[in-house]
Design a protein around this ligand. Sequence first.
Ligand code: SF4
Ligand code: SF4
Length: 401
Amino acid sequence: MTEKKECCSTEKSSCTALADSALDYFQSSTQNCFEYARKQKEAGKKIVGIYCEFTPREVILAAGAVPICLCGGSHKMAVAGERDLPANLCPLIKSSYGFIAEEACVFFDMADAVIAETTCDGKKKMYEIVAERKPVYILELPYKIELKEAFDYWRMEVGNLKAFLEQKFDVEITDERLKEAIDVMNDEWAMMRKVHEFTASTPPYLKASEAIITRTRISNMPGDREMFSRLIDELEQRRSESAPAYCPDAPRILMTGVPMPLGSEKVLDIIEECGGAVVCLENCTGVKPLYENVSLDGDPLTAIAEKYFHLPCSCMTPNRERFRFVKELIDQYKVDAVVDLIWQGCHTYNIESRNMRSLVTDELGLPYIKIETDYSPSDEGQITLRLESFLELIKNRISQT
Ligand code: SF4
Ligand code: SF4
């Protein structure tokens, strides 16, 4: 049985946090990943760095290699990245690059290759600099996803990635190995989905700030699998004890917009500190990549391509699926309001915020706020003030209904 401890000071609150929980394991995920990657490397396995949810981990796993996410969430490294990159670039790109420039990323050092992708312009050009240090394979994405030929092109690119890995690592990626990798990833997505369901329940039994740390850098780590299962048991226990993760009157917030790599969760933390219950992280470090499993029927490479082709990223045009998905989640998770997080310099998500605001306020009649920021802590006070008023407004609105 898990020990409960109070997580906020309000007398009426019965919200709880898990002590001695599987979450403690995920808190050390960078260290866990490092230990795992080091052992795999020593055992002769190849390490492959990735930066985006479009990169099909299944193909890398089927090559017998270890896919590791290299996205940076550190403000210090974003500043370091400005040595070679423009200051007004998205902090996610600057930070990812800063780790490389400062030689501060052990995972990048270990990498035998990097799989990059043509999503936004900043990343594309950053990869050209990364290619000076490591072999980089660029996955080219078709942007006009409603075009009939777009999927055929993407399928070809996934095939090209397979050929690159086969040649680079002198390995044959058979259909059987692909199917095994699909199975592994489907299981992992399913466990992560299950964990996120506890943030979305009424009341939530898991905070979003707890759920987000379960997105570790490396897929298919045996330790993760065991801990996911233990965490799910602990959360079932929380539910049976009627011990919610947030205060009972906390407004239910959906966060959409940009991904939040480890260390860049400041807006999420502020929402929770101000008394909001983040019941859904719609972005790429939340549920967006978890919703669709890869089919085990038919040609495995085509099935893999299908899943990733459906990812509703703002780099696509038009990106109608994101709006349909957010609308579905708002309804399914009984959301009271939406917070749209935009990293400064992320033009694609920033421009989509116009239509997101319109969907949330005009069509669904819910409060919406856009927070445009970077990784620096300098605007935390200002963001706190804005979110405090926003949450107050939502509470008043709820009390009047
Ligand atoms: S938001 Fe788009 S570019 Fe960023 S990780 Fe997700 S799919 Fe990749
Ligand atoms: S947040 Fe936007 S600008 Fe930054 S890497 Fe992702 S898509 Fe590119």
